[in-house]
Design a binder for this molecule. Structure first.
Ligand code: FE2
Ligand code: FE2
Length: 198
């Protein structure tokens, strides 16, 4: 059961739903920027991967709209620090593209697998609390998984770069989620873990 007194709002499921929407919408925005920067660089350095990146970017734009559309009926608002996601996404996209096409796919693998983990937590939380949002996230998760598999498939080598970069980019993605929710993602995770037991 959720506690609604004591620490105000903290265990309010509606608040958690709003935070889920806020961080997912911002995350999609960041992903659009990552792919945008990588496409810009890939056009100049390795144009053969541009179509695949463009397809993924189209999906992220669609996800971003779908999360935005789900906000008003749940009184959710977009993240106030979207510029932060934009800058972080652009930086990550440019830097990884500088490292070559393999690094682009390592970045996609790292981001998408971190996103997948967060979506899993959210799905467990939403199943009984907001079935409509649960359906929306489940369908988006399918596409994110396709991105992850495509990124895994496209890597020609899985050497030291993969071993070092995967946890670093995964950590940075987690950090961005943590910072943009002012640390709330930690208790959200704990709360969702509790909800799975209840
Ligand atoms: Fe997405
Ligand atoms: Fe994706």
């Amino acid at each position: 059961m959720f506690r609604t007194s004591g620490s105000p709002g903290k265990y309010d499921p509606a608040l958690t739903v709003r935070r889920i929407l806020k961080v997912n919408h911002a995350g999609e925005f960041g992903a659009i920027r990552i792919y945008g920067a990588q496409i810009w660089m890939a056009r100049r350095l390795f144009p053969d991967i541009v179509p695949a990146l463009q397809e993924m970017r189209e999906d992220e734009i669609d996800h971003c709209h779908r999360f935005r559309d789900a906000m008003p009926s749940r009184n959710a608002r977009p993240c106030r620090v979207m510029a932060f996601w934009s800058l972080g996404g652009l930086l990550l996209g440019f830097l990884t593209a500088l490292g070559g096409r393999n690094m682009v796919w390592i970045c996609t693998e790292a981001v998408e697998s971190t996103v997948h983990r967060h979506l899993e937590d959210q799905l467990a939380f939403l199943q009984t609390r907001d079935p409509e949002l649960h359906r929306l996230i489940a369908s988006i998760q399918e596409q994110e998984l396709a991105h992850l598999h495509e990124a895994e498939k496209n890597q020609t080598t899985r050497g030291l770069g993969h071993m070092l970069l995967l946890p670093i980019i995964g950590f940075l993605t987690d950090l961005m989620i943590w910072l943009s929710t002012w640390g709330d993602s930690s208790w959200m995770r704990a709360e969702m873990a509790r909800s799975r037991q209840s």
